[in-house]
Design a protein around this ligand. Structure first.
Ligand SMILES: Cc1cc2nc3c(=O)[nH]c(=O)nc-3n(C[C@H](O)[C@H](O)[C@H](O)COP(=O)(O)OP(=O)(O)OC[C@H]3O[C@@H](n4cnc5c(N)ncnc54)[C@H](O)[C@@H]3O)c2cc1C
Ligand code: SF4
Length: 409
């Protein structure tokens, strides 16, 4: 507790709340830290619960350096306040004390909603609507709820007990959970529209993208999202694996493969280390675990076990802030690999969505109220191309729930 108190005392309780503005969910960080400083952890937790349903998750896996901690004034000259760590600690205290269970049941509204997809967006929307008196059924294609929190982010980064807590919370709020129900398979959108006042799509976008290079459909080329989601791992013992990408997914998949006994794991990224979308602490962990990195390298072709690469230089384009990788002529070389894993992004699986408009980026099209091309169907999270983080998915689920609550069929 002394260590926690030191971390709390380090916060200046700024009146302008810059950290709150850095948080996608707009959590009132200065206030929850102020309550924590006084030892009033329950009030601190309840402050967080005004804007989020999963502080114990966000505290652990949010990219804090790019969000709240990146906006903390303490970070200008020194280290920022350890907001994530403090949030996790308060979350754990709440779980130990079961403060996450509701105190009073909401007044029923006689309105029904089908929520499809039980990841952060679907869980948040379910709880927000249940709190507002809606009868909620949450459908999920997997055996268990959680989305990428359960089937994606490895156990060494997020203990699955936190998703069990979310499940307990949903049940306690009266949300009916139906697993092994998949839209486009044993769930039909039109039937759900007829039987409910509204339908909410929160099916994520977890189909690995390919690069469009020769050889990428070979058997030894794998999609990172599918590997992590389905846990269909191969025997990596004594194998050499190349992971292409520089984000969270690339870090998770390379660390998982290394932990499973691969002899060598090399992450190949076409930009520089400073430009990696992955959280710096994840990159540091990966390096500590023996994963090698090759920066400013583009993969051009895969032929059997040979990966044809070329070096890149970074150039600034007019009117753009970011530097772009440009291939350097005659810098080609080859790497050997038993397996090549693509972790360069993911897209929406459109199965079962034939009646819904998809935008030019390949996501479900919605208006500013999260409404799709079908009037009573709403969507949020990664499926609408949210910024692919848990906090943004929760934010969109929360805001969509507010819009749905005002909707009359
Ligand atoms: C490996 C990995 C690591 C990540 N690490 C981080 C991180 O550290 N920090 C961070 O902030 N973000 C991270 N992200 C991103 C984050 O997990 C996502 O942005 C977030 O989970 C999106 O939430 P969602 O609810 O929109 O979708 P998802 O979490 O993808 O949930 C969608 C749910 O819908 C279900 N579903 C899909 N199709 C159907 C269907 N047809 N019928 C019924 N159910 C269906 C799925 O099974 C799933 O349960 C990571 C992503 C990946 C893949
Ligand atoms: S910006 Fe940093 S120091 Fe200021 S209130 Fe937020 S966490 Fe505390």
């Amino acid at each position: 507790m002394k260590e926690l108190q030191d971390k709390l005392e380090y916060c200046l309780n700024c009146r302008t709340k810059p950290c709150q503005n850095g948080c996608p969910l707009q959590n009132d960080i200065p206030t929850f830290i102020a309550y924590s400083k006084q030892g009033d952890y329950k009030e601190a937790y309840e402050t967080l619960c005004q804007t989020t349903v999963m502080p114990f998750v966000c505290g652990r896996i949010c990219p804090h350096t790019k969000q709240c901690q990146g906006a903390c004034v303490r970070g200008i000259k020194e280290n920022p306040v350890s907001i994530g760590e403090i949030e996790s600690k308060i979350g754990d205290i709440a779980i130990q004390n079961k403060w996450y269970l509701p105190v009073k049941k909401p007044t029923k509204k006689n309105k029904k909603i089908a929520i499809i997809g039980a990841g952060p967006a679907g869980i948040t929307a379910s709880l927000e609507l249940a709190k507002r008196g809606w009868e909620v059924t949450l459908y999920e294609k997997q055996e268990k709820i959680g989305g990428i929190l359960r089937y994606g982010i490895p156990k060494f980064r997020l203990d699955k007990l936190y998703i069990d807590v979310l499940e307990e919370q949903l049940i306690n709020y009266g949300v009916k959970i139906e697993t092994k129900k998949q839209l486009g398979e044993n769930l039909n959108l039109e039937n759900l529209i007829t039987k409910n006042d509204a339908v909410f799509l929160s099916i994520g976008a977890n189909k690995s993208l390919r690069m469009g290079i020769p050889g990428e459909m070979q058997e030894n080329v794998l999609g990172a999202n599918e590997l992590l989601e389905k846990e269909k791992h191969l025997n990596y013992k004594m194998k050499k694996v190349i992971v292409i990408g520089g984000g969270n997914v690339a870090m998770d998949v390379s660390r998982t493969i290394k932990k499973m006994g691969a002899e060598k794991v090399i992450v190949v990224y076409r930009r520089a280390r400073a430009q990696m979308p992955a959280e710096p602490k994840e990159v540091e962990e990966a390096i500590k675990e023996g994963i090698e990195f090759l920066f400013q390298i583009n993969v051009k072709e895969i032929k059997g076990n040979k990966v044809h690469c070329v070096k890149t230089m970074l150039i600034k384009k007019e009117g753009e802030d970011r530097e772009f990788p440009v291939e350097i002529q005659n810098s080609d070389f080859e790497l050997d690999a038993d397996y090549i894993v693509m972790a360069i992004g993911s897209k929406l699986d459109k199965s079962g969505l034939d009646k819904i408009s998809i935008n030019e980026k390949g996501y479900i099209e919605t208006n500013e109220n999260y409404q799709t091309s079908l009037k009573s169907v709403y969507a949020a999270g990664d499926s609408i191309g949210c910024r692919a983080t848990v906090a943004w998915a929760c934010y969109s689920g929360r805001e969509a729930a507010k819009c749905i609550d005002k909707f009359e069929k």
